[in-house]
Design a protein around this ligand. Structure first.
Ligand code: TRP
Length: 333
């Protein structure tokens, strides 16, 4: 095992889109290929249960996310890739950690507070489950279980990492240096990809470009990207230019320069969109084939996740033994 352990979870709701690919999947895979680190990437399906009670959707999302990561080039033999629900040790740790988590700390969690704020004063807890309330404890268990040192997350999750650190420190204060105090990492290179309308690409805004749709559909989406009414032949600025921002996330240095010169010299939006489509289609066509193959016959995915869980569990169970002994719940003789 390496000293540097990178861990992140992906909540299994929905299908990954181009923004997830640029912002999370692609940088995570690139990072996992660097030497001197172990990478743990898992499908946070127990976290998904908090948001979704739709059995088929949950199952389908798990398969689609697993297929996306593998089709995008994740090496499942060099990393730990597993389903959270396949590692029961995480839930045992969840309970242990709950006893080191101040209720007041959970009261301050953004996701819980937002849910309370949406409710009427008369019943602030309407529709709020213990799952939602305890969400950060489960996340702490995910992280501390594997003694992760670095946790790449979006800005909205940084508070949960702070809570994880707090919980781990309280535990260590009682029982000694059992847990590693993790650091949250926001990857500066993985800037947020804008959606079709210029806001952050997100399912809830309905402005996303799917990742592995067929060429024809991809072209349709690219044609919908918002531009301005500057005519063909007129110079166009690449500042605050949505199309150019998306192009930049996929193009090489020289392609970026030539697109910039083209637009400044009056290239039409139609031609620019065609170039963006060609670029995306070229980069995505190979993984798209792989994705389709994996989704059409999920037996490979199932086996990959089972094997990933088995490898991850051997670490989890030995760490859990150490934790249980520390608190007096280990073997009695
Ligand atoms: N809550 C995270 C999200 O919605 C997903 C997640 C679950 C996670 N457990 C984690 C991320 C542990 C990092 C580490 O994005």
């Amino acid at each position: 095992m390496n000293d540097k352990k990178i861990l992140t979870g992906i909540t299994t709701t929905g299908t990954p889109h181009l923004g997830n690919y640029v912002g999370a999947i692609r940088p995570a895979i690139a990072s996992s290929e660097e030497q001197g680190r172990d990478s743990f990437f898992f499908l946070a399906d127990y976290h998904a249960l908090i948001k979704s009670k739709d059995r088929d959707a949950l199952r389908q999302s798990c398969l689609e996310i697993a297929a996306t990561w593998i089709a995008s080039g994740l090496d499942i033999n060099q990393t730990y890739f597993y389903r959270q629900s396949d590692i029961p040790e995480i839930l045992e740790l969840n309970w242990i950690l709950a006893n080191f988590t101040a209720k007041g700390l959970m009261n301050r969690a953004h996701a819980y507070k937002a849910a309370v704020d949406e409710n009427e004063q008369a019943d602030p807890d309407k529709g709020i489950t213990m799952g939602l309330f305890s969400y950060p404890v489960l996340m702490a268990a995910d992280i501390l279980m594997f003694k992760a040192t670095h946790v790449p997350v979006g800005q909205d999750q940084i508070q949960h990492i702070e809570m994880t650190r707090d919980i781990a420190k309280r535990f260590n204060h009682h029982y000694g240096e059992i847990f590693v105090i993790p650091e949250g990492v926001i990857d500066r290179n993985s800037s947020v990809l804008p959606g079709l309308d210029g806001r952050k690409m997100s399912k809830s805004y309905g402005n996303l470009i799917p990742l592995f749709c067929d060429s024809k559909t991809l072209r349709k989406y690219v044609m919908k990207i918002k531009t301005n009414s500057i005519e063909p032949g007129e110079p166009k600025s690449t500042d605050d230019c949505l199309l150019f921002d998306i192009y930049k996330s996929f193009a090489s240095e020289s392609q970026i320069n030539s697109m910039k010169t083209g637009l400044e010299n009056g290239m039409s939006w139609g031609d620019a969109k065609n170039e963006l489509f060609e670029l995306l289609d070229d980069q995505l066509s190979k993984p798209r084939l792989k994705y389709d193959e994996l989704i059409n016959d999920p037996s490979f995915l199932v086996k990959a996740l089972d094997e990933g869980a088995e490898r991850a569990r051997s670490i989890a169970s030995s760490n859990l033994d150490q934790i249980k002994s520390a608190i007096g719940l280990g073997k009695l003789s």
